[in-house]
Unconditional design. Structure first.
Length: 166
C-alpha cells in the first residue's frame, strides 16, 4: 500500500510538472513532522493560490485576494477559519487544535505553517482533509508524515478524504 501511494505521488507530480496540456491538476501537499523534543506537530501546507482563493470565495461568498497586494486581514482570518474547518487531525484518537503560525508565497503557491502542541508521543494519526474539494472533485491532498522514526503517506481524494497513519 505504501509503495502504491509513493508511486501515485510520483505520477501526480511528474504529470503536474511536465504537462503542457490545458488540463489543470488539483493537488496540494501537506508535510507533518513530529518534533518529539518540542512535543509538537509541525505542519506545512502547500496550496495553489488561485485554488485556495476560489475555495474561500465559494465557501464564504466573499472575494479573496490572498498572496496579492489586495490581501486584507479579514481574508487571512477567513483562510484560518477555512483551514480549521477542512483540515482536522486526531492524535491517538483525540481531536487536536491546529494553530496557524504564518504563511508565505513561493511563485504561485501559498505555504501555510501550522502546529499542534502537546504531542509527546504518537501511536496513531488520523487526518481528515477536504481542502479545495468542494470546488474540484479531482482534488488530491497528499499527506506526508514523519513520526516514530518512520515516514508515512496518504493520498486523500473527494471520495476518500480521511485516513489513518500508525
Amino acid at each position: 500500500m505504501k509503495k502504491i501511494i509513493q508511486n501515485s505521488v510520483f505520477v501526480v507530480l511528474f504529470f503536474m510538472l511536465t504537462s503542457l496540456s490545458a488540463h489543470k491538476f488539483y493537488v496540494a501537499i501537506y508535510q507533518i513532522n513530529h518534533a518529539k523534543e518540542k512535543k509538537m506537530l509541525q505542519i506545512t501546507a502547500r496550496l495553489f493560490i488561485d485554488d485556495i482563493n476560489e475555495a474561500i470565495e465559494k465557501k464564504y461568498n466573499k472575494k479573496s485576494f490572498l498572496a496579492s497586494d489586495k490581501e486584507t486581514p479579514e481574508q487571512v482570518e477567513l483562510l484560518k477559519k477555512y483551514l480549521a474547518e477542512k483540515f482536522i487531525i486526531k492524535v491517538n484518537n483525540q481531536p487536536k487544535s491546529i494553530i496557524f503560525v504564518s504563511k508565505e508565497t513561493e511563485d504561485n503557491v501559498l505555504i501555510c505553517y501550522l502546529k499542534i502542541v502537546d504531542v509527546p508521543k504518537i501511536t496513531s494519526l488520523e487526518v481528515e482533509n477536504s481542502i479545495i474539494m468542494e470546488n474540484h472533485f479531482d482534488q488530491q491532498n497528499i499527506i506526508q508524515a514523519n513520526f516514530n522514526g518512520s515516514k508515512h503517506s496518504l493520498l486523500l481524494t473527494s471520495e476518500s478524504f480521511k485516513g489513518m497513519l500508525k
